[in-house]
Ligand binder design. Structure first.
Ligand code: FES
Ligand code: FES
Length: 152
């Protein structure tokens, strides 16, 4: 089936099988930062943003993206967040990182400064097997405070 949508800001047309997931489709389009972990909606590695909302790319069909604005980690315009992950060593193997970044970006655009409990809650659908989460939460907290001029 023909699917027309915007992918990382570019008008995109793909041919997708009705059963093809959106995560598969964006990877086939060259955006391999979207990872497959569990493929059951559990791990969060496949998280994309569709019309500004973080969604599981493994649970959404490509055909459901017709007319949507889809953003992968490659198109995520959040250089401060990406830099904070590097600065805090919030990634080791990096497998979870795209999903973490996409989910955190959604929270950071919510217009307020989340506390650590809210950050943990928002990221709770993404599993990391490497960092113990502390550095990830540190990164998101720092960016939230910096964006709002809040004191640490
Ligand atoms: S691959 Fe989609 S949630 Fe794990
Ligand atoms: S950095 Fe390896 S799974 Fe999170």
């Amino acid at each position: 089936m023909r699917v027309t949508f915007r992918l990382n800001g570019e008008a995109t047309v793909i041919e997708a099988e009705p059963r093809q997931s959106l995560a598969d489709a964006v990877r086939a389009a060259g955006f391999t930062g979207t990872h497959h972990g569990c493929e059951h909606g559990v791990c969060g590695a496949c998280t994309l943003r569709v019309d500004g909302v973080a969604v599981r790319g493994c649970l959404m069909l490509a055909v459901q993206a017709e007319g949507a604005e889809v953003v992968t980690v490659e198109g995520l315009d959040a250089p401060d967040l990406k830099a904070a992950f590097v600065r805090h060593n919030a990634l080791q193997c990096g497998f979870c990182t795209p999903g973490m970044l996409m989910t955190a970006a959604e929270l950071l655009e919510s217009g307020h400064v989340p506390d650590r409990a809210e950050i943990r809650d928002h990221l709770s659908g993404s599993y990391c097997r490497c960092t113990g989460y502390q550095a990830i939460v540190d990164s998101v907290e720092e960016v939230a405070q910096a964006r709002h001029g809040a004191k640490p």
